[in-house]
Design a protein around this ligand. Structure first.
Ligand code: GAL
Length: 704
C-alpha cells in the first residue's frame, strides 16, 4: 500500500554501528555472509578464516526468509541464534538483514497477487528475488511481520550492531504496473497535485486527448503499442512515484524495526554507479541512519575514474558523513556478457579508493563463493579454490591494511571538498531516458562521468553533488545534461553567479521544467528566460547528427575540437559575451552552422558563465576546459596521472594517491607527508621518488 502521508522532511541523525572491540571503533571489514546456503559444518571454518582475514562485521540473512519462516505458521530462529552467537564470540559484529528482499516460495504460491506486473501486463513469476510489489498490502503485512519478529528476537542482542533493511530496493522491481501500483499512483497524484486539473496541466494532457476528469481515470503508463510514445511528463511522474513507493515500503520496514530496537542504526544498500538510477537517493539518504552503497567496477580504462565519480556522489548523499561500502567484488562478477576479473593489486586499490572517498566500512559480496545457484561464478572473499589463493591472500592483506588505517584514526574523518562541483539530479537522469527527445542518446549520468573524467584529465578532481543539496560554497559548478530544471533551480543558479560563482552549462541543460514542459522563447528556456540571460545565448533549433546516408556525421569547431551528436543552433549572443569557439569548416557549412557560436563565456553579476553548446568527446572536452578560455575553471590543477583525495581529521589529514594509468608512474614524496602509512604496489627509486605500479596507491598522513 502506498502511504502518501509517510515520509518525513527531516533527515535522520547520522548514527554509525559499533564494532565489537573495546572501543567499538575502527574501520569495518567483511561482506555478505550466507551461512544458510552451506552445511553447518562449514561455519567454524568460516569463522577461522574471517579471523585470519581480520573481518569484523558481516551482513547476515539477506535472503534467508524461507529459513526463518519455512511455512506460514513455522518460525525457526535457532540456526540464526547459533551463527550470530558464533560470530559475536569471535568479535564479528552482525549487520542483520530484515530478510525481506526475497520471499519464500510458499508465500508466492499462496498470494500470487503480490507479484509485480510488467508494462505489457505480464505477471512476473516468482523464483528470482524481489518478485513483489512495493505497493502490495499483502506483501507488506508479511514483510513487516518478519521485521517485527527479527527485531523482537535480536533487538537486544549485543552482537547485532546494525540493521540492513531489504536489499538494493528496485533491483528487480523498480517499476510495477499492477492494480496495486495503479491505486497507489492515483493516491500519489492526488497528494502531489490536489486536483485533476493540476494533473492535466502538469502532464500537458490536452495533447492527444489525454485529459482525465477524475483520479480514477489515471492509469499507470502501461504498454500502449510499439509506437505509442508515452507522455513524457506522466512518465517522469510515474518514475518518481515508483521510487517513492519503494521508499515508503522501506520506511515501513525500518519503522517496525526502529520502534522495537531504537538504539541501533539502520541502513539499506544503495546502488549508486554511473550506469544506473533506479531510485532517487537524494530522498532516500534522508531516511537512513548511515548511507550504504554497493558498487561494481566498470571494466576497462574508466575503471578507477568511474569508481571515483560514483563514490563522490555517494559521499554527497552521505552529506559529508562516512558511509559504508556494503558490496563490491573481489574479482569478476557473473552478470555481464563479459565478466573481467581484477588484476593483482586491484582488489586493494579499489577498496582503498572507496575509503579515500569516505567509506569507513569495506565489504564484499560475498564471503564464501557459492557452489550452486545463479551466483556460483561471482567472485567472493573465499574463492572456490579455497584459502591458499591469490584472492584470499589479498583479502587478508586488505584486512591488515584497514586495521592499520583504523588504528591511525581514519574513522570519522571527512573527505576534503574540491573547488568544483558537478551537480546530479535523478529527475534529469530519468528525463534524459525519454524516448521523445531530439535523440535517445542522452544521459545525464554519462554526461557527469564524461565531465568528471575530463576534469581528471586536466588535473582537477571535482565533487559530484546532489542538486537538492548545498553547493553554493563551490567556486565552480557544472551542469552536464541537466535536462530538467525547475524555475527555483534557475533562480538559485542566477543568484550563485550574480554573487561571484562560475557556472558551466552544457548543450542539453535547462530545456524542460520539472513537468517536462519546454521553456519557451529560445533554448535553453528554463527559468522563464533567466537561464538564457545568465548564459548570454539564445538558440532556435537543435542540430542532431548520426549515421545518415550522404550527410556528415560530425561538425568541427574553430578550436580544433569535433562535435558528433548535438549542436544547438545559437542565433544570438549577448553583447558582452565572448564566443570562445564556433562551428567551422566544410561540415559546418554543409549543415548551415558556419560561424554559429558553440562555446560562449558570459559575465553575469560578479560571476561568469561558460556555455558548451554541443557534445564533445572526452579528449576534446578536456582540451576545452584545459584551455586559456577556461583558465579559472581549471585553476586548481593537479597531476592528471593521479587521483588524489584527502580525508581531514581535527589534527591532520590522510592523503590518498592513486595511479590512474595502466603503466607505472613516479611521484616525489610530498614534504607534507609526516608518515607514509601504506605504499601499495610501489617501489622507492634511487633518486628518492616513488614508482607506483599499475593499481598502485599511497596513503600518507600530514601534520599529525
Ligand atoms: C548485488 C546484490 C547481491 C549480489 C551482487 C552480485 O546486486 O545485492 O546480492 O547479487 O549484486 O554482484
Amino acid at each position: 500500500m502506498y502511504d502518501a502521508q509517510a515520509g518525513s522532511n527531516a533527515c535522520r541523525p547520522f548514527r554509525w554501528p559499533n564494532l565489537l572491540n573495546d572501543s567499538g571503533r575502527g574501520l569495518g571489514y567483511g561482506g555478505d555472509y550466507n551461512p544458510d546456503q552451506w552445511p553447518e559444518s562449514v561455519w567454524d571454518d568460516d569463522i577461522r578464516l574471517m579471523r585470519q582475514a581480520r573481518v569484523n562485521m558481516v551482513s547476515l540473512a539477506i535472503f534467508s526468509w524461507d529459513r526463518i519462516q519455512p511455512s506460514e505458521d513455522v518460525w525457526d530462529f535457532d540456526w540464526l541464534d547459533r551463527i550470530i552467537d558464533k560470530l559475536g564470540k569471535a568479535g564479528i559484529a552482525v549487520d542483520l538483514a530484515s530478510a525481506t528482499a526475497s520471499a519464500p516460495m510458499w508465500l508466492y504460491a499462496k498470494h500470487p497477487e503480490v507479484l509485480p506486473v510488467e508494462a505489457d501486463g505480464t505477471v512476473v513469476h516468482a523464483g528470482s528475488r524481489q518478485s513483489w510489489r512495493p505497493t502490495s498490502p499483502v506483501y507488506r503485512q508479511y514483510a513487516l511481520e518478519v521485521c517485527r519478529r527479527l527485531a523482537e528476537r535480536y533487538g537486544d542482542n549485543p552482537y547485532v550492531t546494525a540493521w540492513h533493511v531489504g536489499n538494493e530496493y528496485g533491483w528487480n522491481n523498480a517499476v510495477d504496473y499492477s492494480p496495486d501500483a495503479q491505486r497507489a499512483f492515483r493516491e500519489w497524484c492526488r497528494e502531489r497535485y490536489g486536483d485533476v486539473q493540476h494533473v492535466n496541466e502538469a502532464w500537458g494532457a490536452a495533447f492527444w486527448s489525454q485529459e482525465v476528469r477524475s483520479f480514477d481515470e489515471i492509469d499507470v503508463p502501461r504498454h500502449m503499442g510499439n509506437d505509442a510514445m508515452a507522455n513524457p511528463s506522466k512518465q517522469l511522474d510515474f518514475t518518481r512515484f515508483c521510487s517513492d513507493a519503494l521508499r515508503t515500503f522501506y520506511m515501513a520496514e525500518r519503522d517496525v524495526i526502529a520502534s522495537i530496537c531504537p538504539d541501533k542504526p539502520i541502513t539499506t544498500n544503495f546502488m549508486v554507479s554511473t550506469d544506473q538510477c533506479a531510485v532517487d537517493y537524494a530522498a532516500w539518504s534522508k531516511e537512513v541512519d548511515f548511507v550504504s552503497n554497493d558498487h561494481y567496477f566498470t571494466a576497462g580504462e574508466a575503471h578507477l575514474d568511474e569508481l571515483a565519480c560514483s563514490d563522490s556522489l555517494v559521499s554527497g548523499f552521505a552529506d559529508g558523513n562516512p558511509w559504508c561500502l556494503l558490496e563490491h567484488s573481489t574479482s569478476a562478477v557473473q552478470w555481464k556478457p563479459i565478466n573481467s576479473r581484477k588484476r593483482s593489486g586491484e582488489l586493494m586499490r579499489d577498496a582503498l579508493s572507496h575509503v579515500a572517498f569516505g567509506a569507513d566500512s569495506i565489504n564484499f559480496f560475498q564471503w564464501r563463493q557459492s557452489r550452486s545457484g545463479a551466483e556460483a561464478f561471482h567472485s567472493a572473499m573465499v574463492p572456490h579454490a579455497g584459502e591458499n589463493t591469490t584472492v584470499f591472500n589479498e583479502v587478508c592483506e586488505l584486512g591488515k591494511t584497514l586495521r592499520i588505517l583504523g588504528d591511525a584514526g581514519l574513522q570519522g574523518s571527512t573527505v576534503r571538498p574540491s573547488d568544483v562541483a558537478i551537480l546530479f539530479s535523478a529527475d534529469a537522469e530519468w528525463a534524459t531516458r525519454s524516448q521523445t527527445l531530439p535523440t535517445t542518446r542522452l544521459s545525464h549520468w554519462h554526461g557527469i562521468r564524461e565531465w568528471y573524467r575530463a576534469l581528471l584529465d586536466i588535473g582537477v578532481r571535482a565533487d559530484v553533488v546532489p542538486l537538492a543539496q548545498d553547493w553554493e560554497g563551490y567556486r565552480t559548478v557544472i551542469l552536464p545534461t541537466m535536462l530538467t530544471l525547475a524555475d527555483a533551480d534557475v533562480r538559485r543558479f542566477a543568484a550563485f553567479v550574480q554573487s561571484g560563482g562560475r557556472m558551466v552549462v552544457d548543450y542539453a541543460t535547462g530545456l524542460v521544467d520539472e513537468s517536462f514542459h519546454v521553456g519557451l522563447g529560445g533554448y535553453p528556456g528554463c527559468g522563464g528566460g533567466l537561464l538564457r540571460e545568465m548564459l548570454g545565448v539564445r538558440g532556435e533549433e537543435i542540430n542532431i547528427l548520426g549515421p545518415v546516408d550522404g550527410e556528415f556525421d560530425l561538425v568541427r569547431l574553430s578550436n580544433g575540437t569535433v562535435s558528433r551528436l548535438w549542436q544547438n543552433v545559437v542565433t544570438s549572443v549577448a553583447d558582452d559575451a565572448t564566443v570562445v569557439a564556433y562551428y567551422d569548416g566544410v561540415e559546418a557549412r554543409e549543415w548551415e552552422l558556419q560561424g554559429v557560436p558553440a562555446i560562449v563565456r558570459h559575465p553575469y553579476g560578479e560571476g561568469e558563465t561558460y556555455y558548451v553548446g554541443c557534445d564533445l568527446n572526452l579528449d576534446d572536452l578536456a582540451s576545452v576546459i584545459g584551455s586559456e578560455a577556461f583558465a579559472e575553471v581549471s585553476a586548481q590543477v593537479g597531476d592528471p596521472r593521479f587521483i588524489r583525495v584527502a580525508r581531514d581529521t581535527e589534527c591532520g589529514s590522510f592523503d590518498f594517491l592513486f595511479n590512474r594509468q595502466s603503466q607505472p608512474v613516479t611521484v616525489k614524496p610530498d614534504p607534507a607527508w609526516a608518515t607514509v602509512l601504506l605504499e601499495h604496489r610501489c617501489r622507492r627509486l634511487d633518486d628518492g621518488t616513488i614508482e607506483l605500479d599499475r593499481n598502485g596507491a599511497i596513503v600518507a598522513m600530514d601534520g599529525v
